[in-house]
Design a protein around this ligand. Structure first.
Ligand code: VLZ
Length: 134
């Protein structure tokens, strides 16, 4: 049985989101707004099929994928750069590699106790987010 990420999750901590956004080339004004946000994630998981909806008062982002199947991601409303995205299981961690213009781009999700963790990577920046069940 893989890890079960199903649920609605609220952001409780967000370390170095600023550095991650700078690495992505997000402009100053957008960063000022974005770093104040407390996004919520709604995750629907059925086997290896995932729907991850990140919502906030400012912008929304939806990602749908099947583990192990590469697809083109548009990052619309984020940095708008297209990349080839592949998500795989590494034990109970969901590991995403986003191949494109930006080096070392991707993220990892895992569960730790009652918390959902997300590490976001771009170039030499790492952002660490923790979510709790809504
Ligand atoms: O999450 O890649 O759960 O896509 C932040 C929206 C969404 C707030 C960040 C506005 C997406 C940002 C993080 C304005 C620049 C992400 C994946 C893993 C699923």
């Amino acid at each position: 049985m893989p890890a079960d990420f199903n649920g609605t999750w609220n952001l409780v901590s967000n370390d170095n989101f600023e550095g991650y956004m700078v690495a992505l080339g997000i402009d100053f004004a957008t960063r000022k707004i974005a770093k104040m946000l407390k996004p919520q994630k709604v995750i629907k998981q059925e086997g290896d099929s995932f729907y991850i909806h990140t919502t906030s008062t400012f912008r929304d982002y939806v990602l749908q994928f099947k583990v192990g199947e590469e697809f083109e991601e548009d990052n619309k409303g984020l940095d708008n750069r297209k990349c080839k995205t592949l998500i795989t299981w590494e034990n109970d961690k969901l590991v995403c590699v986003q191949t494109g213009e930006k080096k070392n781009r991707g993220w990892t999700h895992w569960l730790e106790g009652d918390d959902l963790h997300l590490e976001l990577r771009c170039e030499n920046q790492v952002c660490r987010q923790v979510f709790k069940r809504a």
